[in-house]
Design a protein around this ligand. Structure first.
Ligand code: CP
Ligand code: NVA
Length: 305
């Protein structure tokens, strides 16, 4: 394993599959309420420059359940890159804590944090990517299907941080990934190229959601305006007309298709209530799996699993 987990492409395919195996083992231990405390005596610093429910809860609870202690450092406390230089925060926090998770705006800041921290750094989302989310999502898909063979994933909506992590996963594991995004809201071209150049996965970028979802095993969406873009929400709603995930779109995908969303969802905007509540929606399983997959990532980074 590398020192840090910043991008899915920091890992090899073998390391990714190994993490899924470890996540399944750790999940089973926690479900059985086994006395398993590999993080005993260790502390995790959680640095948040943006809001969070799942990321905070899953890291804090997961680290505690494995015997450690986690500290929540919210947007008003550390002021990373504002109150104090990123490289100074990195060195100070490393003196107190065994591992750091950070959710930041600027992707350069997480790179700088990792470079200057003497302890492992885990990326809990930046404006560019969200690797823990997509690792948990792929693990969830593997749980549902029992395997990852002949997998077709279609993302509908904004070509954002979540999509960049899907593309980086597609550079490590083989699957068909289609993103249907409005013109001007497509994913970063360099990241699309990186996925294509791996030669492993089939990557398609389109602006036709109905054609894109046909035959998909998973239809995935996310908010149209991410954290930091909420001022653009109204304009985006106008531009994203036709990209809402509806029961009609799910019917066009086919009966085999599951619905996924990293959450939080804006019900009635990028997805309807009906789809969120449908039997094919697995959004809460993917939310739970954040904890199990992140525990596996931290176990490996800390040399404890
Ligand atoms: N999916 C996710 O990262 O959720 P939060 O923003 O609530 O942490
Ligand atoms: N794209 C969303 C994901 C939230 C988990 C955002 O960045 O706000």
């Amino acid at each position: 394993m590398p020192k840090d987990f910043i991008h899915i492409t920091d890992l090899t395919a073998g390391e990714i599959r190994g993490l899924f195996d470890l996540a399944a083992e750790v999940k089973a231990k926690l479900k059985a309420r086994e006395d398993y405390r590999p993080f005993s005596g260790l502390t995790l610093a959680l640095i948040f420059a943006k809001p969070s429910a799942r990321t905070r809860i899953s890291f804090e609870t997961g680290f505690y359940r494995l015997g450690g202690h986690a500290l929540y450092l919210g947007p008003d406390s550390v002021g990373i890159g504002k109150r104090e230089a990123v490289k100074d925060v990195a060195r100070v926090v490393s003196r107190f804590n065994d591992i750091i998770m950070a959710r930041l705006f600027d992707h350069q800041h997480i790179l700088e944090l990792a470079e200057n921290a003497t302890v492992p750094v885990v990326n809990g989302l930046t404006d560019y990517n969200h690797p823990c989310q997509i690792m948990a999502d792929m693990f969830t898909i593997q749980e549902y299907r029992g395997h990852l063979d002949d997998l077709r994933i279609t993302y509908v909506g904004d070509g954002n941080n979540v999509v960049h992590s899907w593309l980086r996963l597609a550079a490590r594991l083989p699957f068909t990934f289609t993103a249907a995004c409005p013109e001007g809201y497509q994913p970063n071209a360099e990241t699309v190229d990186l996925a294509r150049q791996s030669g492993l996965s089939e990557i398609a970028i389109t602006d036709d959601p109905f054609a894109a979802v046909a035959g998909a095993d998973v239809v995935y969406t996310d908010v149209w305006a991410s954290m930091g873009q909420k001022a653009e929400a109204e304009e985006r709603r106008a531009r994203f007309q036709g990209f809402q995930v509806t029961a009609e779109l799910m019917a066009a995908a086919g009966k085999q298709s599951r619905f996924m969303h990293c959450l939080p969802a804006e019900r009635g905007v990028e997805v309807t209530d009906e789809v969120m509540e449908a039997p094919y929606s697995i959004v809460f399983d993917q939310a739970e799996n954040r904890m199990h997959v992140q525990n596996a990532i931290m176990l490996r980074l800390l040399g404890k699993g």
